[in-house]
Design a protein around this ligand. Sequence first.
Ligand code: HEM
Length: 398
Amino acid sequence: MSIDFPHELDEDFDYFASDPPDLIERLHRHRETRPAAWVRGWGEPALLFTSFELVDAAFRDEETFPSAAFYGTTVTDVLGRNIQCMEGDEHRRNRALVSPYFRAKNVAEVVPPLLEPVAHELIDRFASAGETDLVASFTKLYPIKIILRMLGLPLESEDDVARWAMGMMDIQHNFEFAQRCSKDFRAFVTPVLERRRVAPEDDLLSQLATVEIEGERLSNDEIMNFLLLLFPAGADTTFLGLGTLLFALLTHPDQLELVRGSLDEECRWAAEEALRWVPPVSMLPRRNPKEVVWRDIPIPAGANLIFSTLAGNRDPAAYEDPDRFDVQRRPRASLTFGRGPHFCLGAHLARAEMEVALRVLIERLPSLRLAEDADARIEAGIVPVFRGPNRLPVRFDA
Ligand code: HEM
């Protein structure tokens, strides 16, 4: 059997090259007519999955669509070989080694005391100004600072490390700078890691340095590759999710009022709904390693795939009136954090970060509103894989 690429695409549009203003309508149209449609991604033909059911099943079918087939060939020069590039037993073992800190119980017990102080520190910097761009002054910095504090890196070097972390995340635009940042980061962290191996403390770096499963420990390189993954996986995503949450509430005052009425209960649900409404990783790239007929769809070897969590989360078969932002929805688990063996390791952490940030922002800045000339909107991030507001100019009574 030899499966060829189709002679004609269903839509000759490159979903990774630009961000059409009618993206949601396009995704709805594909789902209605052909939930697995041939489009383009990075110039090449790509099979786009848009129904909840197909995206869910494709994520779970790691045997047919291993995440390694894509990540293993794209990000390793800067980020090293991390768990996204592994499959099978190797992935299971390595994921088990880095998981304990991220489990629900640990996130509920150990993490909360780290979150609130970071939110307050960032707000302190602009609270008397009466205006700010919440993306530049809050959402972009908050998740990076939290990762650094979880790791237990010295606080006085936080700004340097945050700069390297942001540089590494700019891999698509400035590859050489990203590589330099990754080198500087490694040089800085290695001696701290060596110290933690000898004298562990109560932080994530010490856990990674000492954890042992099935008689195995992580090498310095393995730890470093995991740390390098934490910044793009944990910060580039959460900052967009938090931005979307704030944008959604500031543009839906009735929903903001509902949240304000019961902060302790509703912040969590508002975060969940924002994550469903616009997932920070909206269009996940994958590659099909071997030709296959999957659910009656012939897919050639080497084909690019796009798992659209955004389209799946807006599927009317899964959510009633799916385009509506509704904090009282209490939705079924969305596709936002993926599915299957590579399900987001940081999902509990991301939810906790968003919930706490929202509560502290509402408490500290009760009159928070979008600036009249804000020009804020949800759009593609650094690449159209990602989605969220790139700016959030706001005003408040100082
Ligand atoms: C709202 C924020 C976040 C979103 C939307 C998100 C989304 C995702 C998605 C969709 C995947 C699966 C990728 C795939 O299958 O190709 C993933 C994997 C992953 N995420 Fe997250 N993530 C978020 C926050 C975090 C945080 C805070 C961390 C940790 C600090 C984190 C760490 C990871 C790791 C390590 C993986 C790889 C897991 C594996 O390959 O086994 N993420 N994330």
